[in-house]
Design a protein. Structure first.
Length: 243
């Protein structure tokens, strides 16, 4: 039995019976994490690290969907890490381990060049308002405790040669991400452009980088999230229902 703390609820992840604990008024995962998870091409006995894991949704869903060897979720914020750890217990999952630590140099603690896959839904905003104290949501949305460069550098350190880094980010930062991927020996292999609606500009993308690979990138057809009625498109429904 997992005890809920003040203002927490249990949500159904709609995947193999998995559930997750979330704060009613605090940080909650978005469709970005779901879409990213469902584009990960994992294999049996792969070892995975999810950086900036937050509530642990990506780590939990990857474990629910694939027969993995190990999944680490790395989260610097104590309350979120605790909530994610209790979600792991809630699901009786012995594959996922939540680590409450700064991701910088985390490879020295859990294993350098050890992992098959790294995933990350990072803070999207590079600039932020200077404050004496930052809220939990501030830290989730802004590069306060870690920069994009530090995330990608550590992701590359964690990966085996030929390992894959999956990252979702805002479209306006596409060039930043590609430049940093190549700087840290991650060659972009697939870039998925995501549109909120067919008549809107692209707002996010998912990039897949392969460590040590030769240059060659594939741009699949765009992924449109909502139709004209504000409902999920068939493509997104298929992602959500993927087992």
């Amino acid at each position: 039995m997992v005890e809920l703390k003040n203002n927490e609820r249990i949500d159904d992840l709609e995947c193999n019976g998995y559930k997750i604990i979330q704060d009613k008024d605090g940080y909650c995962f978005t469709s970005d994490s779901i879409i990213l998870t469902n584009l990960v091409n994992a294999h049996t006995n792969d070892s995975v690290v999810d950086l900036c894991t937050g509530s642990g949704v990506i780590a939990l869903l990857l474990s629910a969907k694939h027969r993995l060897k190990k999944v680490y979720g790395i989260e610097i914020q104590k309350r979120l890490a605790d909530m994610a750890s209790r979600s792991v217990k809630l699901n009786n999952d012995d594959i996922v381990e939540i680590v409450n630590d700064n991701l910088i140099n985390i490879s020295q603690k859990i294993g350098k060049e050890t992992f098959d896959i790294v995933t990350c839904n990072p803070p999207y905003e590079e600039k932020y308002e200077k404050k004496d104290e930052y809220s939990e949501i501030d830290i989730c949305k802004n590069e306060i405790n870690v920069s994009l460069s530090e995330i990608i550098k550590e992701g590359s350190r964690l990966l085996k040669f030929g390992g894959l880094f999956y990252m979702i980010h805002r479209a306006r930062r596409l060039v930043d991400v590609i430049v940093l991927f190549r700087k840290f020996n991650l060659e972009p292999k697939n870039i998925y452009f995501i549109y909120p609606k067919a008549n809107k500009n692209c707002d996010t993308f998912i990039i897949v980088g392969k460590k040590g690979a030769n240059p060659s990138v594939v741009i699949p057809k765009p992924l449109v999230v909502y139709d004209d009625n504000g409902e999920y498109t068939e493509e997104v429904k298929a992602l959500y229902n993927k087992k």
